[in-house]
Design a binder for this molecule. Sequence first.
Ligand code: IMP
Ligand code: MG
Length: 176
Amino acid sequence: MTYEIAGKNPRLIISADEIAARVQGLGKELAAAYEGKNPVLVGVLKGSFIFLADLAREIRCEAEIDFVQVSSYGEGTSHGGLELLMRPSIPLSGRHVILVEDILDTRVTSSFLQDLLLSKSPASFALCALLDKRERREVEIEADYVGFTIETGFIVGYGTDYAEAGRNLPGIYVLD
Ligand code: IMP
Ligand code: MG
């Protein structure tokens, strides 16, 4: 199943089966690292909603779920400034926090959210991203857990969007 987005045909780069296998691997890694720690997975809306839902079910240990949402004032993926639209509802002081992002691009969003979450005095902080895009990094932040690394391209699918289109595609696609 696919459909035209922004006048283009999305090109499949990672199939739903490949994603499932990788998410299962990440879940095992996280369960091994956080067993007995009852971590809080903090998903960044909206892009991480499918990744978080799948990942949470592959982490076979006690864990809690929360969300944050930010909006950038800029157009598209440019950042005129970031506004916090939803803050975490679970008190994070003393908790093991895992920030779950769809895509790391410039990393401005992750850096902003990392600062926000660290200000809550968690016991530990880790960043987990489905996709790590290498081409446009502006801030030196490395994810602790990465699903897939890609060099270039605009991605849609598996929760990620182009102007809200494409989030429900089950695979990961590039618009070119
Ligand atoms: P960053 O702050 O530049 O690292 O990117 C933050 C957000 O921009 C990500 O969480 C995504 O929601 C969005 N984004 C960046 N690159 C893409 C892309 O290729 N496709 C869809 N969304 C993207
Ligand atoms: Mg987005």
